[in-house]
Design a protein. Structure first.
Length: 483
């Protein structure tokens, strides 16, 4: 999907910007998608300070100061901050503040954003809940940017709490390095084997993606969305767990944080589905194995194909008018989840690591991008939107894992407690997003309550699965598992 290039130092470039293909797909009838970012704070929010901060940063970004005209493109416009910042009057004596916030955000999904204005809004909720003194809820149309771009933009508006002049820092990437002790012949053999595996994995991934578009559907489990799921009112719930626990498992099993999260997810889904199937059979003890054999359950993961811009790059775009690429540029991974009850909880992480490692050794992501681009150029936007819709509908869930700051940060002087990100408008009943922040990991679920009426139970199962995997690591008493 093509992207647009912006430069705030050239007014003519901002007068009209052609819509990228992804933007037009995201505005199709059955693929009208939004991103929700829920940010909790340790203090109450001063709305005037928040508005002033937005005017100095976010509104200077081209996409946040342009309206979308479908037949013309992104058109720069004057932003009235009062149109975009909503401050409802709330009763501090609300009986269940957590439920109220969930209801408030759910109600937001019932109305689209106004195309006559830039496609974003921010709601300030000065209401104490179980894990924050207040919260803001960003709602941004997915055509404005992908999750990685928007998270970079959000973090570029923050500063370290301990150093108000410093931008947040993100964890450094630590790719595994190959050993230098391998002999020349063995290295040559491994290189040939790796190349053959790469070709085979790419071929298999591409074939399965095409098959998914055409006919290959996930099993119709109790969490699988039905026809029209993209139009359902969504509900968003989240839970914060210990990132240190996840890192403990990661180090013990020579895995990555993402491997652990995939393992926890398939373990949690297995527990939840076993309970739902047991209930269907009149069982409520959750001690038996009620799962059908051969469940096909996959997640579709959108992978950013653009070189990721650092937080400093985005901050410079807003403050200095430097050029940067912006928009949606992505391919897809279809990640199968193992749905089964395992005696050893570590098996979930082992299976996840094996699956993710194979997916990494594949160019299937680029093939999905090229396929979507080919369909768009040859058959047009309507066909491309249909292909994207079928690929999303025939799988069960969306999955993402976003990396957050290493230190405590403040948003226009307001210190953050947590960050939770969710999406809606896709043809599925369940999405799961992980977002790290300092030593915390927030699990956010977006669900169709008609399909998943008890999302907090699913959060319980995910948290319990993490605890069981951690206990298994400690019980086995190792610090690093042999590869």
């Amino acid at each position: 999907m093509a992207t647009d290039e912006y430069s705030s130092s050239h007014g003519s470039e901002l007068g009209r910007l052609k819509l990228s293909p992804a933007t037009r797909i995201f505005h199709s009838l059955n693929y009208n998608s939004y991103i929700i970012a829920i940010i909790g704070f340790y203090t109450s929010i001063d709305p005037e300070v928040m508005k002033a901060g937005l005017e100095q940063t976010l509104i200077k970004h081209p996409r946040f100061s342009s309206k979308l005209v479908i037949d013309r493109g992104w058109i720069q416009t004057t932003v009235n901050i009062e149109d975009h910042v909503i401050v409802p009057i709330l009763d501090p004596k609300i009986d269940d503040p957590d439920r109220y916030v969930e209801d408030y955000i759910s109600h937001m999904t019932t109305t689209p954003l106004d195309l006559s204005k830039p496609l974003w809004e921010l709601h300030i909720l000065n209401l104490k809940t179980s894990n924050s003194e207040s919260a803001v809820v960003f709602r941004i149309h997915h055509s404005v940017g992908d999750g990685v771009s928007l998270m970079s933009l959000l973090l570029a508006c923050t500063r370290q709490t301990s150093n108000p002049e410093a931008l947040p820092t993100l964890p450094a990437m630590n790719p595994r390095s190959a050993t230098d002790s391998v002999g020349a012949f063995r290295r040559f053999f491994l290189a040939i084997s790796s190349a053959c595996a790469l070709v085979w994995n790419t071929f298999v991934d591409f074939v399965f993606y095409v098959a998914t578009i055409l006919f290959l559907k996930d099993t119709n489990t109790p969490i699988k969305g039905q026809k029209g799921a993209e139009f359902a009112i969504n509900r968003f719930v989240h839970r914060t767990v210990s990132l240190d626990d996840i890192k403990l498992i990661k180090d013990a099993m020579n895995a990555t944080v993402n491997d652990v999260l995939v393992g926890v997810t398939q373990a949690g889904f297995s527990r939840y589905l076993n309970r739902r199937y047991g209930t269907q059979q009149g069982k409520d003890d959750n001690r038996g194995n009620y799962l059908p054999k051969g469940i096909r359950l996959r997640a579709r993961i959108a992978v950013n194909l653009r070189p990721v811009k650092g937080i400093q790059d985005v901050a410079d775009l807003m403050s200095k008018g430097t050029k940067t690429k912006w928009g949606n540029l992505y391919g897809f991974i279809l990640l199968p989840f193992t749905i089964a009850l395992r005696e050893d909880p570590l098996d979930y992480v082992r299976e996840a690591k094996s699956t993710v490692d194979r997916k990494k050794h594949s160019y299937g992501i680029f093939c999905t991008y090229l396929l979507n681009k080919l369909v768009l150029k040859t058959l047009g936007i309507k066909a491309a939107a249909t292909v994207s819709h079928r690929a999303a509908f025939n799988i069960t869930t969306g999955f993402s894992n976003m990396v957050g700051p290493l230190e405590e940060i403040s948003f226009y002087g307001h210190p953050l407690s947590y960050i939770a990100v969710a999406v809606y408008g896709f043809p599925r009943a369940l999405s799961i997003q992980f977002q790290s922040y300092v030593n915390k990991m927030t699990i956010a679920l977006g669900v169709d309550p008609n399909v998943i009426p008890d999302p907090h139970q699913l959060l319980d199962d995910l948290e319990e699965s993490l605890n069981l995997i951690k206990e298994a690591v400690l019980k086995q008493g190792f610090t690093r598992e042999a590869v």
